[in-house]
Design a protein around this ligand. Structure first.
Ligand code: NAP
Length: 226
């Protein structure tokens, strides 16, 4: 994010404002995970494959007993996902889509050729149930969520984030309509989320931070945000 906490511009354009070091940092974090998770808007706007560069990261994964690439997981309530996106042209690891039966039948048919669909009859994807399924059916122990802000906020609200890797890039964007880390939602989080800084590294003008996020045990034990 920028110094003023923005993760993109007000147009949600796929801006490239971090260094090569930050991209490598992202790949290194991704490479540690059994599954990489992404929200539909980020997938659509950034058109990412969620792979890994041809470095020793894949080799290190297999040495650790992992598959060469993490499972790729897409989350969408509406399910109007374009099967022509780059992720579906790359056959490096399974793609799982967690969505609802609101996904149009035609799209379901097209996507089933490239991905496994997990569709719930509810209006919204149940993130807890999704993580349970990832664990029980796909043996996933570590999930790296790569955003965007809406998905991150949903996970945070449900106490499903235990670590935050944050890079502060040397820019200020300004503007109320550019989303922050938790998006554009004007409402407060249900309660403040307590973080603890466990690592900080400065490379050039960027700062790489790792926070541990404390899980909420009781609502009364947290500081209210309003
Ligand atoms: N700077 C960074 O590091 C960084 C990282 C990631 C993304 N970004 C930027 O962030 C922007 C996108 O942010 P965003 O907040 O719009 O996106 P997002 O979280 O990627 O996507 C939002 C969409 O994902 C689905 N979704 C999110 N949470 C869900 C949940 N709990 N259950 C079911 N579906 C859920 C919904 O899809 P449907 O609408 O299909 O129902 C929702 O509309 C992009 O411009 C991207 O470039 C920046």
């Amino acid at each position: 994010m920028t110094v003023d906490g923005k993760i993109t511009t007000r147009n949600f354009s796929p801006v490239d404002f971090t260094s090569r070091e930050d991209k490598l940092h992202l790949f290194r974090r991704r490479a540690l995970a059994d599954a990489v998770l992404i929200g539909h808007s980020t997938l659509r706007r950034d058109n990412v494959r969620l792979g890994l560069p041809k470095t020793d990261l894949c080799k290190a994964r297999t040495t650790r007993g992992q598959t060469p690439y993490p499972i790729r997981v897409i989350v969408s309530n509406e399910g109007k996902i374009d099967n022509q996106l780059k992720i579906f042209q790359t056959d490096i690891s399974p793609i799982l889509i967690f969505s609802t039966t609101r996904m149009p039948k035609k799209i379901q048919t097209a996507l089933r050729e490239k991905a496994t669909l997990h569709l719930t009859k509810s209006q919204h994807v149940d993130l807890v149930a999704m993580l349970q399924k990832l664990r029980s059916v796909y043996n996933v122990r570590t999930v790296a969520c790569e955003g965007g802000a809406t998905l991150f906020r949903s996970l945070l609200e449900r106490g499903l984030v235990d670590r935050l890797n944050l890079t502060i890039a040397p820019y200020l964007f300004g503007g109320a309509n550019a989303p922050t880390l938790t998006g554009l939602d004007k409402t407060f989080l249900p309660a403040s989320v307590r973080c603890s800084l466990i690592d900080m590294r400065v490379v050039g003008d960027e700062c790489f931070l790792t926070y541990r996020i404390y899980r909420r045990k009781r609502a009364t034990s947290t500081i209210r945000t309003r």
